[in-house]
Design a binder for this molecule. Structure first.
Ligand code: UFG
Length: 323
C-alpha cells in the first residue's frame, strides 16, 4: 500500500512509519514539525513539510502521493494545556483534522485511521473499559478527539469513507530507532527515566490516596510497536468504528517507578505531591474487540519489556533528537 502519514515525525507516528516500511509499504510523511522532529522521520519515507491548517498544500500533497490509506497522528497531546487553551485543541485537533478528511475524500482515499484516546471516556464507571462505555470527556483534549470521531462517523455514513478510530490507552516504549522526546515532557515513564539518568532531581507522585491497592493511579501501558501493528491491521480491515488499544493490564505509578529502578539499576528520590486535577484513578482497556476484529496480537504485555525498550532508546539518544 501507499500510506500518507500525517504527524509521522512525532512519537507514535515515527514508530508506526518505521513499522509500515518494515512491512513493505510506501510511506509519505506530512508534518509541520511543530512538536515533531525531522530526525524522527524514517529516511526511507518521503517527507513533506506542511501543516494540516494549510488545506491547499495538504490537498496537493495527498493528490501527489495517491495513497491507499491515510493515518492521522498530527494532533496536540497535552491534557493540561487543553484546559488552559481549549481553542488551540479544537482548532487543530478538530478543524485541521477536518481538512485532512476533506483532502482524503476528494483524492478518493479508501480508508482513514485516526489516533483517538482513552480520554474520550472521562471518568469511566466500569473497569475494564469497553468501547460501549459512556463517552463523557472531562477535558478539551478528550472532547476534541471524540468530536473528530463523530465527524468520521458521519463522513462514513454519508460519503462511504472507511475509518477506524483507535483509542490508545498509555502509549509507551520505543523501537530500535525511534522513541519519545516531548518538550515539555509530561508523561510518567519518560519522566521517571529522566530521573534514573540523573537529568531530573526527583519524581513526584501525583497523589497516593486514591482508592487503589497502593493509593496511586493505575494505567494501561501499551507498547508503541503494538500500536503500530494495530494501525496496519486497521488499514487492511473493512471495520469502521472505534476500538480500544491497551494491554488489558494495569500498573500503578509506584509499580512503574519500581520497574524503572529494576530495569535501569538506578535509584532516585521520589516524593508525594498533590493529585493532578482530572486524573481518573484507574484506566484499563478491554481491547478484546481489537483482537477479535482486527486480529491484533500485542507482543509486549510486560511492563519491564516496555520500559527496557524506552531505556535502550534513551541511552542511545541521551539528548533526545537534536533538531
Ligand atoms: N504521574 C505522576 N507523576 C508525574 C507524571 C505522571 O504521578 O510526574 C501520574 C499521573 O498522575 C497519572 C499517571 O502517572 O496517574 C500517568 O500519567 P501520564 O501523564 O503519563 O498519562 P495520562 O494517563 O495522564 O495520559 C495518557 C495520555 C493522554 C491520554 C490519556 C488517556 O498521555 O494523551 O492517557 O486518559 F489522554
Amino acid at each position: 500500500m501507499r500510506i500518507f502519514v500525517a504527524g509521522g515525525a512525532g512519537y507514535i507516528g515515527s514508530c508506526c512509519t518505521e513499522y509500515l516500511l518494515e512491512h513493505g509499504h510506501q510511506v509519505t510523511v506530512y508534518d509541520a514539525l511543530l512538536n515533531g522532529h525531522r530526525q524522527a522521520v524514517d529516511p526511507r519515507a518521503d517527507f513533506i513539510l506542511g501543516d494540516l491548517a494549510d488545506l491547499s498544500s495538504l490537498e496537493d500533497a495527498i493528490k501527489r502521493s495517491r495513497p491507499d490509506g491515510v493515518i492521522h497522528f498530527a494532533a496536540f497531546i497535552e491534557v493540561g494545556e487543553s484546559m488552559l487553551d481549549p481553542l488551540k485543541y479544537f482548532r487543530n485537533n478538530v478543524s485541521n483534522a477536518i481538512n485532512l478528511c476533506q483532502a482524503a475524500v476528494s483524492a478518493g482515499v479508501r480508508k482513514l485511521v485516526f489516533s483517538s484516546t482513552a480520554a474520550v471516556y472521562g471518568m469511566p464507571k466500569v473497569i475494564p473499559i469497553t468501547e460501549t462505555a459512556e463517552t463523557v470527556p472531562i477535558n478539551p483534549y478528550g472532547e476534541a478527539k471524540l468530536m473528530f470521531e463523530k465527524v468520521l462517523g458521519w463522513q462514513h455514513q454519508l460519503s462511504g469513507l472507511q475509518y477506524t478510530a483507535l483509542r490508545y490507552f498509555n502509549a509507551a516504549g520505543a523501537s530500535e530507532k525511534f522513541g519519545e522526546d516531548h518538550h515539555p515532557e509530561t508523561h510518567l515513564i519518560p519522566l521517571v527515566l529522566q530521573a534514573a539518568e540523573g537529568r531530573r532531581k526527583k519524581i513526584s507522585i501525583y497523589g497516593d490516596d486514591y482508592d487503589t491497592p497502593d493509593g496511586t493511579c493505575i494505567r494501561d501501558y501499551v507498547h508503541v510497536l503494538d500500536l503500530a501493528q494495530a494501525h496496519l491491521l486497521a488499514l487492511e480491515s473493512d471495520f469502521c468504528g472505534s476500538l480500544n488499544l491497551g494491554s488489558g493490564t494495569g500498573y500503578s505509578v509506584k509499580q512503574v517507578i519500581d520497574t524503572v529502578r529494576t530495569v535501569t539499576g538506578k535509584d532516585f528520590p521520589v516524593e508525594t505531591a498533590p493529585r493532578r486535577p482530572g486524573d481518573p484513578p484507574r484506566l484499563i482497556a478491554d481491547a478484546s474487540a481489537a483482537r477479535r476484529i482486527l486480529g491484533w496480537q500485542p507482543q509486549y504485555d510486560d511492563l519491564s519489556a516496555i520500559i527496557a525498550s524506552a531505556w535502550r532508546w534513551r541511552q542511545q539518544h541521551p539528548q533526545g533528537y537534536q533538531d
